[in-house]
Write a protein that binds this ligand. Sequence first.
Ligand code: TRP
Ligand code: SF4
Length: 329
Amino acid sequence: MTEKKGTIFSGMRPTGRLHLGNLFGALENWVRLQDEYHCFYCIVDWHAMTTDYENPGDINKNVREMVMDWLSCGMDPDKAVVFRQSDVKEHAELHLLLSMVTPLSWLERCPTYKDQLQQIEGRNLATYGFIGYPVLQAADILLYKANAVPVGEDQAAHLELTREIVRRFNYIYGKKVFPEPETLYNKYRVVSGLDRRKMSKSYENAIDIACTPEDIPKKVRMMITDPARIRKTDPGNPTVCTVFSFYSIFKPDNLSVVEQSCCLGERGCVECKNNLSELMLQYLEPIQQRRRELEDNPNRVTEVLEEGREKAVQVARTTMEEVRSIVGL
Ligand code: TRP
Ligand code: SF4
C-alpha cells in the first residue's frame, strides 16, 4: 500500500436518498480523500435511532440506499472501508466506556443538543440515548484512531467535544491512547436549495442524486433567480441567484462569462436555466448509470457491507483490547 497521510473517519445517518447538497457538501470530498488516507466511511444507524427510535421502519432500506448513493458517486470499497455502525458492536462498547469519563455538563451545554431539543417536535428527546449522541460519535471516530474527520460546519461542536473527551481519557488513564482528531471542513460548505435556503431534505428544496433525467429540468425551472429582474435586458445580480450558485459547482471554469452576461442584461433566465439543466444532466448521467446497475444487483450491496464489516471489525477489536487493558478490565 502506498504511503498514507493518516486515518479518516466520517459518518452519515441513513435518512433516505442523498441529494446534491450531500454530494457537494460531503461525498465529493470523501471520495477525493480515499486516495490520500486510510478511510472509514460509516452509515451510522444507531445515531439515526437516537431520534427515530419510535419509527425505525425504513432504516434497513435507507442503509442500502446510502451504499448505492455512495458507490455511484465514486466511493470505492477497495480503497475505503464502507460499513454499517450496528454491524460493529465495538462502537457500543467504546461508547459505554467513554460515557464513564464524560461529564454530563459537557453534553448539556452542547449547542446541537439544545437546538435539536427545541426544534424537533412530536418526539420525546429527553432521553439518555439522545444526550449521549456526541459520545457515540466520539466512539465512532476513536475506535479507528482517526486523525481527521471530514464534516460540515454543523458538526464543529461535536468534534470539539470529541477532542475534549480524548484529552480527558488520555489524562485519566495516563497514556496517549487516542489522537485528537482534526476537523477537515468540506470544500463547498453549503449548497443552496431551490429556494435559496440551504439544501435540505426537511425543507423539501432538494435535488436527489437519483433524481430522474426528466425531473432535473423541472427542478431547475423552480429555482429562484434574481427577483428584481423582470425583463431579459434588466441587469441581473447573480450573487442572489440560485441558478448562478449551481453554475459555480457545475461549470466553475467559465463562471465569469455567465456572471458578465447576467450583469449586463444579455442573458435570459430561461436560457440560463436550460443550460444549467444540460450541465447537470451531463454530470449526473454516469452517476445514475452506476446507481441503476447497483439497483439491479442487490447482492453487490450486501457484499460491500459484509466486506466493510470484516475490515472494520479487525481494527475495532484491536483498539478495544488496548482500551480494556488500559482502563483495567
Ligand atoms: N453527527 C453526524 C451528522 O449528523 C454523523 C456522524 C456520526 C459522524 N458519527 C460520526 C460524523 C463520526 C463524523 C464522524 O452528520
Ligand atoms: Fe440567475 Fe442566470 Fe437569470 Fe442571471 S441570467 S439571474 S444568473 S438565472
